[in-house]
Ligand binder design. Structure first.
Ligand code: GAP
Length: 448
């Protein structure tokens, strides 16, 4: 983990947030390369979840959330972790993560009994700060998918089964944020709520687990490093009938990368008015505040059904960490030296290609290189960089380390014959190709 953290800082992937003021625990900022990698991962998810299907619609809802939403979702009462204080050194711990009865910091056994600590952040809305005017920062993106259920159905005429996808920030006041971006207080989630007819939920649950493992595999997170954890009944979240966690072998151990829950009709049911008129199967929270019926009507029987929902919920930050961990390699070279390389899948690489004139600031070479950059950039696969450093070896090393799949060198032959040298990051093999064929070459590499 230390090596990855160092690489992330050195090359501009991820920085400690608020660093120049000493940092703020559990918060990280994504730098010039990190933001590209993160955006590419999110785009890959969106493409597969929304663009490649016709049964999923997208949403981008607000982060500030009215307390009623999180009261009827059950979060106000149950979204807690057990907190213990050390009376001697004043440190705070999650009781369920302690491995002994002593304080991990000072060794004292003088610990308080665990008490529930709600993880939701609150903030004031408007100029007057009182008990009436607060809002929560959402602890999951899911709730506004549920509260917008009727809006989406009415505006798209969707029929079951269908889903609503959302990517965005979530906030949790974690007691012990740790392990780099694995457990943080501000993070992003990629969540799909896939609504299905009751009775078909278990089959859909199984197929979503398989689909999600396949997607991770395509991001370079190998199946061999994933394990499924069928969450036992006494550990299930209050809304879940069954949850399967996709666990990944992170550098600090096997931990959850994504959870896929069968949330039944709990959320839509709990947020609905006139619940007794609906055929709700779970024990929902009684609601006298909502003004919506979050159900679908059968065209023939006119019966209203509250759909069940299957929820694949993945953490973007944990995804970035897993993808980096899989890609990070130190390779022995034939000359006895080593190289650091990120074997990122090309569609995730922050820089898709670096175009390098052999001689720094040489007018003719830079002109050709600039034109190649422009042409490749126009393909909109991601960032293409003109690297006018004049130091080919150093450029190769830097681009290996940040995962650029292709380096294109423009040399003096290019001036005469319109060809360039392309160097493959993974094999380090170099070959000459015509400049006119570069677009196709890059396209094949990224889309393969
Ligand atoms: N809507 C369901 C839900 O939020 P969750 O298991 O609490 O379920 C889903 O969170 C995913 O969000 C997790 O699998 C993880 O990838 C990510 N996640 C949760 N808490 C996180 C944290 N404190 N830091 C980073 N990622 C987190």
């Amino acid at each position: 983990m230390e090596e990855l953290v160092a690489l992330c800082k050195r090359r501009g992937f991820i920085f400690q947030s608020n660093e120049i003021y000493g940092g703020l625990q559990g918060l990280y900022d994504y730098g010039p390369l990190g933001v590209e990698l993160k955006n590419n991962l999110k785009q890959s998810w969106w493409r597969e979840m929304v663009f490649d299907r016709d049964d999923v619609e997208g949403l981008d809802a607000s982060i500030l959330t009215k307390p009623s939403v999180l009261k009827f979702s059950g979060h106000e009462d149950t979204f807690t972790d057990p907190l213990v204080d050390c009376r001697d050194c004043k440190s705070r711990w999650r009781a369920d993560q302690l491995t002994s009865e002593n304080c991990p910091s000072c060794g004292s056994s003088n610990l308080t009994d665990p008490r529930p600590f709600n993880l939701m952040f609150k903030t004031a809305v408007g100029p007057v700060e009182d008990n009436e005017s607060f809002a929560y920062l959402r602890p999951e993106t899911a709730q506004h998918i549920f509260t917008n259920f009727k809006n989406v159905v009415d505006s798209t005429s969707k029929q079951l089964p269908f889903g609503i996808a959302q990517i965005g920030k979530a906030f949790r006041n974690e007691i012990t944020p740790r392990n780099f971006v694995f457990r943080v207080r501000e993070f992003e989630q990629m969540e799909l709520e896939f609504f299905v007819a009751p009775g078909t939920d278990e089959q859909w649950h199984e197929s979503w687990v398989e689909a999600r493992i396949n997607w991770w595999d395509k991001q370079g997170v190998s199946r061999n490093n994933l394990e499924l954890y069928h969450v036992p009944e006494d550990e299930l979240a209050h809304y879940s009938k069954a949850t399967v966690d996709i666990m990944y072998k992170f550098p600090h151990g096997l931990e959850e990368l994504e959870g896929i829950a069968n949330r039944t009709d709990f959320d839509l049911g709990s947020h609905s008015k006139n619940q007794s008129e609906l055929d709700i199967q779970s024990s929902v929270l009684e609601n006298n505040e909502s003004n919506a019926r979050l159900a679908v009507q059968d065209q023939e029987t006119k019966k209203w059904t509250v759909p069940y929902v299957i929820e694949p919920s993945a953490g973007v930050d944990r995804g970035v960490l897993a993808v980096l961990n899989e890609a990070y390699k130190i390779e022995e070279l034939e000359d006895g030296k080593t190289r650091t390389v990120l074997n990122l899948k090309p569609h995730l690489s922050p820089i898709k290609a670096a175009v390098i004139p052999l001689k720094k600031n040489h007018e003719g070479l830079v002109e050709i290189a600039s034109q190649i950059k422009k042409d490749l950039q126009r393909l909109r696969f991601g960032r293409v960089l003109l690297e006018n450093s004049g130091n080919i070896g150093k450029s190769y090393r830097r681009h290996d380390e940040i995962g650029t799949p292709l380096c294109i060198t423009v040399d003096f032959d290019s001036l005469d014959d319109g060809t360039v040298t392309v160097r493959d990051r993974d094999t380090m093999q170099q070959k000459r190709i015509e400049i006119s064929k570069l677009s196709k070459y890059l396209e094949d590499l990224i889309l393969k």
